[in-house]
Design a protein around this ligand. Structure first.
Ligand code: 6GU
Length: 254
């Protein structure tokens, strides 16, 4: 997968893209990451990338010309027969990012990510060159750079071979629409807190059943919105409802 990231702050990406999952994917030859400074695509003396909004109002908007030039330059070597490359704009107005969307994006050979600017981007960019507008949550970031890194991380770890087989993405929180069950490592007792007995029992069928139940309970308590979309058997729904009636699951509202 080739990522081309367009930003006003290319230096923002230096350390992250040389660390952790990104470096691992690069070392294995499974992903490459290029950053481009939108300012390099201006032609005026002061390299102006923003301007006042028509009609007035607070703040400045990113101008369309350098953005179109930058994206067209990044995509110039493509052959007509190649599949279209998604051009993602990070914006709080976008579609909420999610694990299913990460899987969809991971299918592509290339992604272009245009980092939005908190005050906005001329709407002709959104309308005529961007293919996906993505938000990473209901809060406002001062720029789209962190969102671009979030999307790139979530997609990179799904590329075949990036994670080892025993750390594969299949069991992650959200990959089955449920939150993950609690996990423990040694020591079996730490400061008087013991690991649940069942995990030490060696009974794998019971452990699997316990983990499934823990996932269901945690999801029901913390993210009931996810539970309504997850695939539960009728029996699971029934036992979950019963378990949630038990007093230890009746938390006061925040
Ligand atoms: Cl993608 N960009 C900005 N600026 N703020 C955000 C966001 C994106 N997603 C959530 N908040």
């Amino acid at each position: 997968m080739r990522f081309d990231i367009l930003t006003l702050f290319p230096q923002f990406f230096e350390t992250p893209l040389s660390s952790a999952i990104f470096q691992r994917a690069r070392d294995k030859g499974l992903a490459s990451f290029n950053t481009y400074n939108i300012r390099d695509y201006t032609h005026d003396k002061h390299n102006v990338v923003d301007d006042y909004p028509f009609g007035g109002g607070a703040g400045m908007l990113l101008k369309p010309e350098p953005i179109f030039e930058a994206i067209e330059d990044v995509l110039k070597d493509r052959h007509l027969c190649e599949e279209p490359v998604p051009v993602i704009l990070t914006t709080p107005q976008g579609r909420p990012f999610s694990q299913p969307l990460a899987y969809q994006l991971a299918e592509h050979k290339r992604l272009v990510i245009l980092c939005g600017h908190y005050e906005g981007v001329d709407d002709r960019v959104r309308e005529h060159i961007v293919t996906h507008e993505i938000s990473i949550g209901d809060y406002v970031l001062s720029g789209g750079e962190l969102a671009a890194l979030v999307i790139a991380d979530a997609v990179t770890r799904l590329l075949p071979g990036v994670l080892g087989s025993d750390e594969s993405a299949a069991g992650d929180s959200h990959s089955e629409g449920l939150l993950e069950y609690p996990q423990f490592t040694r020591p079996a007792e730490f400061r008087g807190w013991a690991v649940p007995e069942i995990l030490l029992s060696g009974n794998h069928a019971k452990i699997t059943a316990w983990r499934r139940e823990q996932s269901l309970l945690k999801t029901a308590e913390r993210r009931p919105d996810l539970l309504s979309k997850a695939s539960l058997t009728a029996k699971e729904r029934k036992t979950l409802a019963a378990r949630l009636e038990e007093p230890e699951h009746n938390y006061p509202d925040e």
